[in-house]
Ligand binder design. Sequence first.
Ligand code: NAD
Length: 506
Amino acid sequence: MSTATHDETIAAHVTGQSFRMLIGGEFVDAIDGARLEATDPSTGQRLTDVPLGTGQDVARAVAAAQEAKAGWQALGLAGRSACFAHFRDLVNENRERLAMLDAIDCGNPISAMRTDIDICNAYLDGWPALAQGLTGDVIPASPGNLHYTAHSPYGVVGRITAFNHPVMFAITRPLPSLITGNTLVMKPSDETSLSTLALAELFHEAFPPGVVNIVTGNAATGDALVVDPQVKRLAFTGSVGTGLVIQRRAAESGYVKHLSLELGGKNAMIVFPDVDLDLAVEGAIYGMNLDVCQGQSCGSNSRILVHGKVYDEFVSRLAARLDEYRVGVAYDEATDVGPVVSRAHLDRVSGFVESGVAEGATLVRGGSRPAGLPPGGHFIEPALFADVALDMRIGREEIFGPVMSVFRWDDYDTMLAEANGLDLGLTASVWTNDLAIAHKTADALEAGYVWINDSTRHYFGTPFGGMKNSALGREESKDELLSYLEQKVVHTRLGDPRAALDRILG
Ligand code: NAD
């Protein structure tokens, strides 16, 4: 694609568009008029700017969500499901526009961003269906009395999202809070807000005013949402560091808040020597989310632990396959791997590559800037390291970029200790044809989501989340629906029915 065509893409999707926040059914700028710059990772050039919301804007959004609460709850599950169905149609009608905005603003390849939107359909259909099955319990806690449980929504939910799947997160992550009758204030990442602001128009069309409010901004904007006394339930997707700050700030607000956190990973892929190596190599690339978001995924298998018997062959086949991946401008249809999200992140990822070399790992390929691409773009050729050890920074820290680290193992117990040797425990995958080894290993891994001979795929209805520092709570499942509901137990003393019969029948 030529530079002229790139310019046309930006002109068609960004130039002249107004990107405003959605508060109480109105499209607004920040009260103080502050703006935040949006940059194209493929060129490093300024695209446009978006409102930089302050505490005042957050307060306004929370008040709007409070006001909309009663009406939204009164609609019942059927009424809310009808809004979901309308929203689903609008999302699909706007697929190309939303996907293109993510490619332009976030740097993920356009083809992958179309798939991200297609994936949303399972969630848009799935949450109303799952909510239909929600029941309370009747508990035989004492003879002669009735004890039952009931659920009610928290009220206003605050949702803060990460930069890496902007529109997919903005579409899917609010859904369980909404279907259970909560209203919402959502803050997307300051690095990738454009598609969420475009989506605001669709939320506005499909949902009553005030049910979904979108405030753009930075850490201070998010913090205002975290400490707002009326936001009892907070849901966060982002880094461990920010997750910990949010836990602390929520407590400092003086209110007890219910939090769910989806945080980082340094996920182990374990390769046994009996497996079809080509399948495992494809799985390594697929599981890295390399051609989806440049490895900027919480679930990426950035640690690959390969048995010594097949180690050399695995590394050389993986390097050969990576050679076929084309790095390029995100909105170029031929691109497999786009730029990383920002200049600062590129510097960070490059710093990890340098540290890997300095600490003695073998850089098999990649790690440098590919030629022939726009000079301001944040491009890096996917790096493959071999001979990585757990005490190297690339072996233990979440890089969140296109850097794959291969470890060699010979002893099963030592390998397991390495796989479990970090404070993170989001996902893992096990690659073997032996059923007993596969399940024994899955059982021993300290990770919340484990695939056997597969990777990265989410299946709606199965609880997604991590152990250790990777998460608090589970998403995409009945567990998550219940997490947006407060539980109440009702006890009814029935008394002696004979006395009642005497009274009524005489
Ligand atoms: P981040 O923590 O820097 O930012 C996430 C969001 O938090 C942004 O919207 C940001 O503006 C906001 N924020 C920052 N400081 C805040 C504060 N003090 N109070 C309130 N809000 C604040 O994360 P990121 O760089 O956007 O995303 C990358 C991280 O997210 C990685 O660690 C990745 O593993 C994780 N992630 C996890 C999942 C998951 O499902 N487990 C999914 C995607 C990303």
